[in-house]
Structures are given as C-alpha cells and as structure tokens.
Ligand binder design. Structure first.
Ligand code: PLP
Length: 384
C-alpha cells in the first residue's frame, strides 16, 4: 500500500468510527468565555483552572520580559537560550516544591519524553498506570525498557507486577490527577510499593499542581510524599505553557548531559520565563482562587447528583460526565452548544472504548451564575 492509500484508508476508518477529529478556530479560548464564529459561549473546556491566562500581572511580566530579553531565546539552553530569567525560575520552582533542582522544558510532552528516554535502557522496566497520559505511554513504548501497565489507581496491581520483574531498574509512572477522569492517584501507597522494591517513582502532576496542596504544590504535597521525579506543567493552572522536572542534583546534571529535548531544541522564550515567575507567585498565594474553584466544583457536582448523568469520583477541576457512545456524547455537546455552552466531547482512543464523555473543566474564573447556566443546560438537554 502506498503512503497515499494508507492515509486515505485510515482517514476513512476514522470517519466511519465517528472518531474523526477537527480543530475549531476560536477567539480568546482560555477565559471563562470562548467565541467561535462570532458567537459567545461559556467555556467549560479550558485547562486554565485558576484563570491565570488573563492575569494582568502575568501579562505585564511577559511584556516587560520581551522588552528586556527580546522575543525568542535564539538557541537551546546549551548555547544561548538559558537566561537569568530561566535560571531564576528554575531556582524558585525547586525552592517552592522542595527539591534540589528544577529543569525547564518547553512542554510537558517534551519533558516526559526526555526523562523516560534518558533514564531507561534495555533490561529496565516501566510500570505505568493504565490511564497515564499519551506522552508518558508513547515515551514508554518507544524506550528500550519493558512496559507493563498496572490497573488504574490500584497499588496491589502494581505490587504484583513489581514482584514478577527481575533484574534491571524499575520506574513507576503515574499522573497525580488524571487528565480524563479527574481522580487522584493513591500516591502514598504507590510510593511505598515503589520504595519496597527499589523502584523510582515518577509523577506527572499536570492537573494537580496549582490546584491542590499547600500553596498549590500539588497532589504529592497533598499526600505528603516526594516522588523521585516530579513533572509539573504550565499549560494548565499556570495559564501559560512549558514544564519542569523536579529532581535531585545529580539527576538534573544527568539530564543536562543526556536529555536530547534540552540539548537539541530551542529553549522557551525568556519573556515566558518572566511571565511564569509571576504566575508562580500568583499560584503560591492563590488560596482564594483555589477556594473559588472548589466552590464551583461542589456546586456543579451537587447540581448533577440527582440526575441520571454519571459523574466520576473527582474533586479536581476536571469533572467528566460519562456518556458511553461516541455519537451520544457528540449530540450532547452540540445540544449544550446550541444553548451557548462550550464543553468538549472526548472519545476513544483518548479514553477507553465505550466511555465517551463530556470533559467539563471548571475554573476559578467561573462565577456562580456560570455554573448555574451550565447545570440548566444539562437539565434541558437530558429532558429534551
Ligand atoms: C497536558 C498534559 C501533558 C502535556 O503537557 P504539555 O505542556 O501540554 O505538552 C502531559 N501530561 C499530562 C498528564 C497532561 O495532562
């Protein structure tokens, strides 16, 4: 089969499975509202959990950073792309999260790829929660290590796998808060099992950091553990983009030598690092924002509790409503859209087959009346 035939065939398979994806052109998609084709919607699909993407102090920091450093970093961090703004941000992140070192990456995707590729070798094992993010899974499959998946959030399942693996080093991989289900990993139990068998624990806390824990330090702080490798990302609660890996002194030095994503890729714009430093301050003193977010979460969950809609065991900003069939999820999303509410349907392969869902995300930027409108939208849709 030629490239072209293969492409045509796979596109038509996608279409007939009701899984065809297309992108939507939006204006200001990050705030509490989103506008698409000239129409305004309440936005329940962004990951801007604290509303920081519109924070005036963060925006000003970006502008001042651009004035001072220029727009781009003009090189990888190993050449000219590691500025005082990057260095200060790394230091502040390490201090905040209680690690000797933090290393910046341009995205969470890159950070996960880089860490797993640099660390793992043939004969090693990766034990990953079944529902781990695509970036973790893909990196694991591409590495020379053997990948085994444990049952979602089940330390006993991990223990069984650990006991059956001999030789080689083992890395246990999980998310802190799961991106499609919104539930938290039992980190202290996973840390205990890992420690008992000499494995390292890597936690990707993309959706926990900023949202929970003391000063927004995330899921591992909340559960009082310290993973060997902690990945935090800035595209969610920080309202920007980028990521950092928190680790020991020697592990950081190791990644600087061997993590190809650091060496062969342009570093993040210094202005972005300046903005992230201010976003970090806002996150640290953001108890009011976290309270508002929790208030919205509880309001939403109470509002749907007595309906036939199925929520998940989540107290995070991610509140999936499980529908099942792809088309039913798309129809519900469209129904809400007709009512001025933007909520994305998430389908397989992003989530397991038969669990298509509306992934509702709430933000501190939402007001009580926004949540009311969302609930009324659901009531109207299920009674239609
Ligand atoms: C979003 C996300 C990533 C990817 O981070 P980016 O910075 O968007 O590349 C990685 N892991 C998890 C769990 C995520 O939700």
């Amino acid at each position: 089969m030629s490239f072209q035939q293969r492409i045509d065939q796979r596109l038509s398979e996608r279409r007939s499975a009701g899984a065809y994806r297309s992108r939507t052109i939006s204006e200001n998609g990050s705030g509490r509202e989103i506008s698409v084709n000239g129409r305004q919607y309440l936005n329940f699909s962004s990951n801007d959990y604290l509303g920081l993407s519109r924070d005036t102090a963060v925006i000003r920091a970006w502008q001042e950073g651009a004035d001072r450093y220029g727009i781009g970093s003009a090189g990888s961090g190993h050449v000219t792309g590691f500025t005082s703004a990057h260095a200060q941000l790394e230091q502040e992140l390490a201090e905040w999260l209680g690690y000797p070192r933090a290393l910046m990456f341009i995205s969470g995707y890159a950070a996960n790829q880089a860490v797993i590729a640099a660390l793992m070798q043939k004969g090693d094992f990766i034990f990953a929660d079944k529902l781990s993010h695509a970036s973790l899974m893909e990196a694991s499959m591409q590495s020379d290590a053997t990948l085994r998946r444990f049952q979602h959030n089940q330390p006993d399942s991990l223990e069984k796998l650990l006991s059956k693996s001999d030789g080689g080093q083992a890395l246990v991989v999980t998310e802190g808060v799961f991106s499609m289900d919104g539930d938290s990993a039992p980190l202290s139990a996973l840390a205990e099992k890992s420690r008992q068998s000499g494995a390292w624990l890597m936690v990707d806390d993309a959706h926990g950091v900023g949202v929970c824990g003391e000063q927004g330090r995330g899921t591992s702080d909340q559960q009082r553990i310290k993973p060997d490798l902690l990945v935090v990302t800035f595209g969610k609660a920080f309202g920007l983009s980028g990521a950092a890996v928190l680790c020991s002194e020697s592990v950081a030095e190791y990644f600087i030598q061997f993590a190809r994503h650091l060496i062969y890729s342009t570093s993040m714009p210094p202005a972005q690092a300046c903005a992230l430093r201010v976003a970090l301050q806002q996150v640290r003193k953001g108890d009011d924002l976290r309270e508002q977010l929790q208030h919205n979460v509880q309001l939403f969950r109470r509002g749907l509790a007595d309906t036939r809609l199925q929520l998940m065991a989540s107290d995070s900003a991610i509140q999936p409503v499980i529908i099942g069939e792809n088309q039913a999820a798309l129809d519900l999303a469209q129904n809400l859209r007709d009512q001025g509410i933007w909520a994305s349907a998430i389908r397989p392969p992003t989530v397991p087959p038969g669990t298509a869902r509306l992934r509702i995300t709430l933000s501190a930027a939402h007001q009580e009346q926004d949540i009311q409108r969302l609930l009324e939208g659901f009531y109207a849709a299920i009674n239609a």
